[in-house]
Design a protein around this ligand. Structure first.
Ligand code: SAH
Length: 466
């Protein structure tokens, strides 16, 4: 069949791609269709052709899937934040679980019949309003009025949005308060093309269990006119704990600049997970779905199956969340993390919770693990690092540093608990570890991002005698 751009076709969707896009076939040629679901008959327009596959735009759903639901947000298909709103929550969970399975078998080469597979942990309550962190760009609309929104795909054209339905409501309230302040005091939003104007981004974080709020206004300048008025208004919102200006005068897509100026309250906010209290700085990573985070960490704890005499390393430890969770059941935990502010938080968090059998090191996981393994000096915070029996890793999407995997394989811990936010890199690393004496024993996917396509997985690998 000869296909060309702009051709209209009617196809049946028979699979789902890694980003949640529907896949249909025409004479064996695969077409990716954003917004279409398996089982649906759809009319599409061909947009782009490659040799073995192409991309088509959904024009009309002729026969909808029983799992299709009305998207809550009017911009769900274009904003890119939560592109799965048209899929029932039950089906979102099924797709996520399938994606983890597919990655582990296709990329990881794992025989899943030999693995204990635990059903994905979804949210028990409404899978909305769960996020504890928002970062919205702010730009002027054509009338010069500051708006928050998102960038249209492949551009920096701002599409204004109202309340974001996956955010905790107080986050929307904080952002509205700042936009209202800007409009009344004629504080200009950033204009990217001219590199003029002031407010670039509004960044808000909320401690779900404590109600504490942190606000950070990113500005293309050194100060914010009438900022005392903004602070006054923000402080009327219950829980306001910490307000920063962040100076970012660069022509860049990176949101935060280097300089943080605290204009109100504490340098951090606090939140609790289980019975542990955590301090969180603006630069530190913290899981965005607090109601699911506890389930995720409980899974890591249960997979680690600590008896009390283990030496544990927690690599990519952030503010020490998992480290402190594990410490009560271990002899000693060593955490490693790249971001200095997160390591400061981690040490402070150990102190405020009275947890002493932990130490934290700042640096790249690959380099620091190698030094720990070789027993090299790491400076002042050294206590008694020994080789680990249990290693926990929780890397960013790109997966574990190759050097770290090498060190783990040399060190031969009994167990590796891998917390992953990308099943493809998890599967790649599981394959490497599998070739070096570690068998995948248990897998538990956990939904941290309802309405979006990302999936979190905890995997347990056990050393086998080769
Ligand atoms: N376990 C933590 C953090 C997980 S997110 C939690 O659950 O909260 C991944 C963390 O890895 C981030 O804090 C990030 O700053 C850190 N990171 C990224 N690259 C790193 C590297 N090469 N070495 C050490 N840490 C790194």
């Amino acid at each position: 069949m000869d296909l060309k751009k702009n051709d209209e076709l009617v196809i049946i969707i028979d699979d789902l791609g890694s980003q949640g896009e529907g896949i249909g076939h025409v004479d064996g040629y695969a077409l990716f269709v954003k917004g279409a679901l398996p089982g649906e008959r759809v009319r599409v327009r061909l947009m782009k052709q490659k040799k073995t596959y192409g991309f088509a735009r959904l024009i009309e759903v002729l026969e909808p899937s029983s799992e299709r639901v009305e998207a809550v947000c009017p911009v769900s298909s274009s904003c890119g934040g939560c592109t799965w709103q048209h899929i029932s929550y039950r089906e979102q969970l099924a797709f996520k679980e399938k994606r983890v399975r597919d990655c582990l078998t296709r990329i990881g080469g794992v025989d899943l019949d030999r693995v204990t597979w635990l059903p994905i942990l979804g949210m028990d309550e409404e899978p909305w309003h769960y996020r504890n962190k928002a970062q919205f760009p702010v730009r002027e609309d054509e009338r010069g009025i500051p708006q928050k929104g998102f960038f249209a795909s492949h551009s920096h054209r701002l599409i204004p949005v109202g309340d974001c339905e996956i955010q905790h409501p107080v986050i929307n309230q904080v952002i509205d308060t700042i936009l209202k302040f800007m409009r009344e005091y004629h504080v200009r939003a950033y204009q990217e093309q001219e590199h003029r104007g002031l407010v670039r981004h509004i960044y808000v974080r909320h401690g779900y269990h404590t109600g504490q709020i942190m606000v950070c206004v990113v500005i293309n300048g050194s100060s914010l006119p009438h900022s005392e008025k903004m602070v006054e208004r923000l402080c009327k919102i219950q829980g306001m704990t910490s307000i920063y200006l962040n100076v970012n005068k660069e022509k860049t897509n990176v949101i935060l600049g280097k300089e943080m100026k605290r204009i109100y309250g504490d340098p951090y906010i606090e939140d609790t997970i289980g019975d542990i209290r955590y301090r969180i700085s603006p630069q530190s990573f913290y899981q965005v779905n607090p109601r699911q985070t506890e389930k995720l960490y409980q899974t890591a704890l249960s997979f680690a199956d600590l008896k009390g005499d283990e030496i544990v390393w927690d690599l990519y430890c952030g503010i020490g969340t998992i480290s402190l969770f594990l410490a009560k059941n271990a002899k000693h935990v060593t955490g490693v993390e790249l971001v200095p502010q997160a390591i400061e938080n981690a040490r402070e968090n150990a102190r405020i919770n009275g947890i002493q059998n932990v130490e934290f090191h700042c640096g790249s996981a690959g380099e620091i693990a190698e030094k720990l393994y070789r027993n090299q000096d790491l400076g002042t915070h050294r206590q008694k690092s020994q080789k680990a029996n249990v290693v926990v890793v929780d890397p960013p999407r790109k997966g574990c540093d190759a050097a770290l995997l090498d060190t783990i394989v040399k060190m031969q811990p009994d167990k590796i608990v891998y917390v992953s936010c990308d099943p493809a890199t998890l599967a790649r690393d599981v394959k490497m570890l599998g070739e070096n004496g570690y068998r995948l024993e248990k897998v538990q996917a956990c939904d941290m991002f309802p309405q979006g396509g990302h999936v979190e997985t905890v995997a347990c690998l056990q050393r086998v005698d080769m």
